[in-house]
Design a protein around this ligand. Structure first.
Ligand code: F6R
Length: 590
């Protein structure tokens, strides 16, 4: 959701900034821009579209200092005019976040005769800083940002302030790094690619980058000292490793992600703070968005079945505005791959204010969510570049199922082993080749329904979201038994149905729904862990039998072919599965 970079060093800034933007492009890719300072004058290049489209325009940019931006549009359509940096009276600004009072502030500026050149909320920041600038850039940034409501991470260049970048953060991520050169970036891998020592700014803080020096300041502009982050990003080069797309590479990494994410909370540390809280947990609320929400739906089924602790799964963007009831003994689990999702962070903060213990489950160390929560479990899926979550979802499931098992054991109940799942997932991946044929049928569909009951419902939701996201085919994930209460009216020959069955106990019930949709002309594809299910009813090529496994954890297998189906369909339709239209990997605005 917009990525920002800053650079000060000995080399020409533009190529380094372009490199940084490429690393951040997963955050938004509808336009990009760079501003550099050369002999005290700003030089700017912007382009609509992806970062690669900016490269030739950036060739003319001189100077060893600059800021850059890759955009995911919030206010104002994707266009060159709305691309960042925004420049006003010698001040250039790049912004990640949303300014909620932009309209009032803009009207105030316009009343003073100031002219705006874009429709964005961000441009007003350049105006406010320009208004307050009296020779001290950091002070002007402090005073200008004091009037903003909403979220921001900004980097600012100023003609006349010398070779210095000022930065500020509230609600959106920002890291500063130093080594031979100084950098700013929206995420750790981008900052770490250019600097040995990296510092995470906290909300309300400021930074100044000059020469090879990074200085951090609190809200009153008192200089602060901070330990650099400890990280090891060696294997995470972000390349495709010979695969045609990141999404395909990341699916191949699912078995390893599951293995890395399985945490034996119970055996490892019975007295760890998390286990102590689990002992005192009588209710759980899971807050998350999108795919992470679906991992919560799967976790609810597993936690309730194994531990009998009641679980509510909440869409994070709904949570805080409904005045949620948080009872004594409530553990809130905030699930987020990126750890930067604004809705999930807001829900976690709200839960904390209401007295809950809050556990973050995230894939990204030092992400903003970890700052807000009491405890943290990392999913260790490794860096995920494709916008559509695949291996990170599986890692979330593995961690949440581990938690379900630990909770069950702490409550004196037993849970089946999770250890076989990395190998089972390897097998499921190999068998998923079959869906290539299914993708051919899906590409001309009007819409596609995914149905499942019980443990399979979460898989149906996730299968449908993945397909919508990368193939742009409409559809729905639906409880199999609920179709006949209305949605069946939409089913016919042009609406294929994918049925998921990972639980023997309800297999026949889901198969009833299969018969119902087939009677209305729908072609049915069956994903199941149950040997021989569907034989004699469906053509063999429309059945994918996965290795059998414990039903409660079956989404760890059944979702794999659904992800593959989405990928294959997207490729057949000529879409870029790594960068679906209108989306960004990290949604840092509410
Ligand atoms: C779908 C997808 C999104 C994210 C959602 C939450 O493939 O990736 O639905 O799951 O935006 O993101 P995180 O997990 O980073 O909080």
């Amino acid at each position: 959701m917009c990525g920002i970079v800053g650079y000060v060093g000995k080399e020409r800034a533009a190529p380094v900034l372009l490199e940084g933007l490429k690393k951040l492009e997963y955050r938004g890719y509808d336009s990009a821009g760079i501003a550099t300072l050369s002999a005290g004058k700003l030089q700017v290049a912007k382009r609509k579209g992806r970062v690669e489209g900016l490269a030739s325009a950036a060739q003319t940019l001189q100077g060893n200092i600059g800021i850059a931006h890759t955009r995911w549009a919030t206010h104002g359509a994707p266009s060159e005019r709305n691309a960042h940096p925004h420049v006003y009276r010698g001040i250039a600004v790049v912004h990640n976040g949303i300014i909620e009072n932009a309209k009032e502030l803009r009207e105030e500026c316009e009343a003073k005769g100031e002219v705006f050149s874009s429709e964005t909320d961000s441009e007003v920041i350049a105006h406010l800083i320009a208004e307050t600038y009296r020779g001290d850039l950091l002070l002007a940034v402090k005073e200008g940002t004091a009037r903003l409501k909403g979220s921001y991470a900004i980097a600012v260049l100023c003609e006349g302030a010398g070779n210095v970048i000022a930065a500020a953060k509230r609600g959106s991520p920002l890291l500063a790094g130093k080594g031979e050169r100084c950098v700013l970036a929206s995420d750790l891998p981008a900052a770490a690619a250019f600097a040995k020592e990296v510092y995470a700014l906290k909300d309300g803080e400021f930074a100044l980058l000059k020469g090879n020096e990074v200085r951090l300041f609190d809200g009153e502009l008192n200089e602060i000292r901070r330990e650099p982050l400890k990280f090891d990003l060696k294997e995470e080069d972000g390349g495709k490793n010979g695969f045609s797309h990141h999404m395909l590479k990341e699916m191949a990494e699912i078995p390893a992600s599951i293995a890395n994410s399985l945490v034996n909370l119970q055996a490892k540390s019975r007295f760890s703070p998390i286990c102590i809280v689990l002992c005192q947990t009588y209710y759980i609320q899971i807050v998350a968005c999108g795919t992470a929400y679906h991992s919560g739906v799967a976790a609810k089924a597993a936690i309730e079945a194994l531990s009998r602790v009641p679980v509510e799964v909440c869409i994070a963007s709904e949570y805080r505005y409904r005045d949620p009831i948080v009872r004594k003994g409530t553990l809130v689990i905030a699930v987020s791959q990126s750890g930067e999702t604004a809705d999930t962070i807001a829900a976690a903060k709200c839960a904390k204010e209401k007295g809950a213990k809050v556990l973050a489950l995230t894939n990204v160390p030092y992400s903003s969510l970890t700052e807000v929560c009491d405890f943290c479990i990392y999913t260790h899926a490794g860096r995920e570049v494709a916008v559509a979550a695949t291996k990170s979802f599986m890692a979330q499931l593995a961690a949440l199922f581990s938690l379900a098992s630990a909770l069950a054991e702490l409550k004196g109940r037993s849970a089946p082993p999770l250890a076989p799942f990395p190998a089972l997932a390897e097998d499921a991946l190999a068998r998923s080749e079959r869906v290539k044929g299914w993708a051919k049928a899906l590409r001309s569909a009007k819409s596609v329904y995914f149905i499942g009951r019980g443990y399979d419902y979460a898989a149906a939701l996730e299968g449908s979201l993945k397909l919508k996201e990368v193939s742009y085919l409409p559809g729905e994930g639906y409880p199999a038994g609920e179709l006949k209460h209305g949605t069946l009216a939409l089913v016919g020959a042009d609406t294929p149905v994918v049925a998921i069955v990972g639980d023997k106990r309800i297999a026949e019930k889901t198969m009833n729904a299969v018969h119902e949709v087939r009677s209305r002309g729908a072609r049915v594809f069956l994903v199941t862990t149950i040997e021989d299910l569907g034989a004699g009813i469906l053509p063999l090529e429309d059945i994918l039998t996965l290795p059998s496994c414990e039903a409660v954890f079956s989404p760890l297998l059944t979702v794999i072919p659904l992800q593959m189906l989405a990928y294959e369909t997207a490729v057949l339709l000529g879409n870029d599965p790594d960068k679906p239209r209108n989306l960004a990997k990290s949604v840092t605005v509410e």
